[in-house]
Structure formats: C-alpha cells, structure tokens
Design a protein around this ligand. Structure first.
Ligand code: FES
Length: 180
C-alpha cells in the first residue's frame, strides 16, 4: 500500500497512553520494541484506522526505538494502513475455500451496491471493499473480516444487512476500542 500525503491529527489521549504504558510494562526496559505490534493496533484504532508517517514517528518516540523500526513493521503487515481507508473496510477472503464458495460474486455484488471498484473508498468515506488472503476461517466460507470481527457464511442478503447495520451505527468494529 502506498504512503499517503494526507494529514492526520495525532492525539495520544491519556487513555491511549495508559494502554500503551500497560503494554510496555509486559517487557523489560531493553525489550520495549516487543510491544510494537499491539501498540500499533491500538494507536491505529484511535486514529481513524490508519498510520501516517508522523504518527509512526510518534510511536517510535514513545517506545524509544528508531522510526525505521516502525516503518518496516507497518509496511510489512497488511493490517496496518498507511493511508486513509473507509470507516468500514470489508476484507473478503478470496483464497480457495472462500473462492469456490463465491467470494468474487459477493465482492462484485458489494462493489456494485456501494458504487465503487475494489480498493476504492466510497465518497462519504464509509466503505471500502478489498480482497485478502486466507483468514483462517475456511470452515465458515465465504467470509470476510470487518474490524475485529469475522462475518461468516456470507450471502448477498447478509451483505445487505451488514451494510444497513453499518449505516445505522449498529456495527461494533473493535473488541477493545480506544477512541479519541
Ligand atoms: S479460505 Fe477463506 S478463510 Fe481460509
């Protein structure tokens, strides 16, 4: 994913700082980097689900490591976003089990319903549809990830309901939300 020039307001709230401190407390002083992945998750959750370079620099400063050590992690894992994304990102598994159970058809349906191509964000910033590799829930194919949750045995009707629920504010994206 390419790096974005979009501006991001950095806000490390006392609640978020307390969560970071708690994660860091699990490791010795010379191994603080071990907390990097969960810290990035929480920081990203609290910043509209993406991590600008400035925010990655802030994380490096908080942990006490070099910025490059954060960049290399953020750019490696697809769960970290380097540019603004849709509030509700539908991550459809398109690997074997899900593929044979109709992922492509469901993705096409979802994109068409939302009026976007794969990867695009809807003009209102609400939705984005992407294809990802196996999410380890093959027995529940076809499935997708939405925030911290899996939506399984998908059908077009279920997708209609999920979209409606997103618009109605009924979808909880994070199991352990730390918001601004
Ligand atoms: S093939 Fe879709 S979750 Fe494994």
């Amino acid at each position: 994913m390419e790096i974005s020039n979009a501006k991001q307001v950095i806000n490390i709230t006392p609640e978020l700082q307390a969560r970071i401190d708690e994660l860091l407390s699990h490791y010795p002083a010379d191994k603080r980097k071990s907390a990097l992945l969960p810290i990035l998750h929480d920081v990203q959750d609290a910043h509209d689900n993406w991590l600008s370079i400035e925010l990655q620099d802030k994380v490096a400063e908080i942990i006490g490591i070099q910025p490059i050590e954060v960049y290399e992690v953020v750019s490696f894992y697809t769960m970290y976003n380097q540019k603004p994304i849709g509030k509700f990102m539908f991550e459809f598994c398109r690997t074997s089990c899900c593929a044979v159970r109709g992922t492509e058809d469901l993705m096409e349906y979802t994109c068409s319903k939302l009026g976007v191509q794969e990867g695009e964000v809807t003009p209102d910033g609400m939705f984005q549809v992407v294809g990802v590799e196996c999410l380890g829930a093959c027995g529940y194919a076809p499935m997708m990830q939405l925030g911290d949750y899996y939506k399984e045995h998908l059908t077009k009707e279920k997708i209609d309901t999920i979209i409606d629920d997103c618009r109605a504010g009924k979808i909880d994206l994070h199991k352990q939300a730390i918001t601004e």
